[in-house]
Write a protein that binds this ligand. Structure first.
Ligand code: ACO
Length: 427
């Protein structure tokens, strides 16, 4: 018998098994607690709760470590490609050359969206936030691909996963094109996954679009950095939505909705807006004071993380990617200097040191995406595009688990106790 944790409740001594993962904190299996004690645990925000078992991604927040299927994010960002990382997340192992070529071919054959789906865009206002469009269009995929919504069929799950990964760049680029009033471009499957996305976003039918290799590489790396991140809010949303048996397209639309929030994926947009508001380094101290003021809702966007109590390893890669893109495009952005100075000041401030607040992946991503040419409101869309891989991999893992049950949290009820209805005339 493995380790047990003892709990005394109402005079009775109860024992709960301790489960060990391959690495990371052990977990106390309290599944029998309610049945034995009639009591729930209380953990809003899931600060001490493992919501599932997973073999995909591991984070050691104290050490600033992020592993996908065991491989450090720094190595993947340096040497791999987004397609290879996608294969790894979906299948558990790095692909052979043949496996990678087949996977890339399969994904490239699913890049087109149903012609009727293109008309959906016309229903949105031109100034609609592209994340609003993403929620709608991705949810609408459920209405177009009925042949891959039977979640009990592994083959259909696989096809749905490939469709989502393949169509996301097309859908995201079309959302951008709609907002700027340019014609949507059809995918070009001769290009790489990322090259095709750049072309669909920045190309126009009147001209040949030339993909700049350095930008393509940087963009691909940014996708790798966002591919998966354990049980974050949007991934947990996808899992919870999927736990009811909802189809994958609906589940990913739910994930997109959750990602949109400024405490999550929306932080990259909020961070660049913040840097613009700060403007020059001399104004930083004022904003640092605001971030520390409990009576001021202002927070340093792109700073702090529920899990990382050390430098987010993705932020390190992102910072060097900024330099690469600036060099390739021969541009400079004074906001990068402001961001670096802000980081330096914050990392030397007792408030941020004590609370272990470090830059997260979003701190530098806005600067680099802006240099590539994306408007601010597209930033979170790019995050959604990349995270789709993680979402579908996590969703598949959950659905494949024979012990999978609907996610159904309980609560600490604080409302009125039972009382009798009072007719309107007597109120
Ligand atoms: N600026 C100033 N203070 C902060 C910040 C910040 N960015 N982040 C956390 N704090 C403070 C809080 O005020 C709190 O102080 P207290 O203990 O005195 O009350 C303490 O640090 C802990 O913060 P919580 O909000 O309790 O931490 P939580 O784990 O719930 O939130 C979160 C994490 C949402 C990321 C938070 O740090 C934040 O809002 N950061 C800014 C938004 C952001 O960058 N989000 C992106 C996250 S990464 C991603 O989704 C890709």
């Amino acid at each position: 018998m493995g380790d047990q944790v003892k709990l005394s409740a109402d005079g009775a001594d109860l024992e709960y098994p301790v489960l060990k993962g391959s690495v990371g904190p052990e977990v106390i299996d309290i599944r029998k607690l309610y049945g034995q004690t009639g009591k729930f645990t209380f953990d809003p925000g899931f600060t001490s709760t493992a919501s599932c078992e997973s073999a995909l991604t591991y984070i050691d927040g104290g050490e600033g470590v992020l592993l996908h299927r065991g491989y450090p994010i720094g190595q993947l960002a340096e040497s791999s490609s987004f397609m290879e990382v996608s294969y790894l997340l979906l299948n558990g192992e790095l692909p052979s050359q043949d496996e990678l070529s087949n996977f890339e071919y399969t994904i490239s054959r699913h890049t087109m969206i149903h012609e009727q789906l293109r008309h959906f865009y016309q229903g949105f206002r031109r100034d609609a936030h592209p994340m609003a469009i993403m929620c709608g269009i991705v949810g609408a995929l459920s209405a177009f691909y009925h042949d891959s919504t039977d979640i009990t069929d592994p083959e259909q799950r696989k096809i749905a996963s490939h469709r989502l990964i393949a169509k996301m760049p097309t859908i995201a680029a079309a959302a951008y094109k709609y907002s700027v009033g340019q014609p949507m471009l059809y995918p070009d499957n001769n290009l790489s996954y990322t090259g095709n996305f750049l072309r669909m976003t920045f190309g126009v039918p009147a001209e040949e679009y030339e993909v700049i290799p350095a930008v393509e590489k940087a963009m691909d790396r940014i996708f790798i950095l966002h591919a998966d991140h354990e049980q974050n809010a949007s991934t947990s949303t996808v899992r919870l939505a999927g736990s009811s048996g909802a189809n994958p397209f609906a589940c990913i639309a739910a994930g997109i909705a959750c990602l949109w929030g400024p405490a999550h994926g929306g932080a990259n947009e909020a961070c660049l807006n913040m840097l613009r508001e700060i403007g020059t380094p001399d104004r930083i101290p004022h904003y640092i004071e605001r971030a520390k003021d409990k009576n001021d809702p202002f927070r340093l966007m792109g700073f702090g993380h529920r899990v990382y109590k050390n430098y987010d390893p993705r932020a390190t890669v992102m910072q060097s990617t900024v330099r690469e893109v600036f060099e390739a495009l021969n541009v400079q952005d004074p906001l990068f200097e402001t961001a670096m100075r802000l980081e330096e000041i914050a990392l030397n401030d007792p408030y941020f040191i004590e609370k272990k607040l470090f830059p997260n992946v979003d701190f530098y991503s806005g600067v680099v995406l802006s240099a590539i040419g994306f408007p601010t409101d597209m930033f979170t869309v790019l995050f959604a595009l990349a995270r789709t891989v993680g979402w579908v991999a996590q969703w598949n893992e959950m659905i494949s688990d024979p012990g999978q049950r609907i996610g159904r949290p309980r609560q600490l009820y604080t409302g009125p106790t039972q009382r009798d209805y009072v007719p309107l005339s007597q109120r």
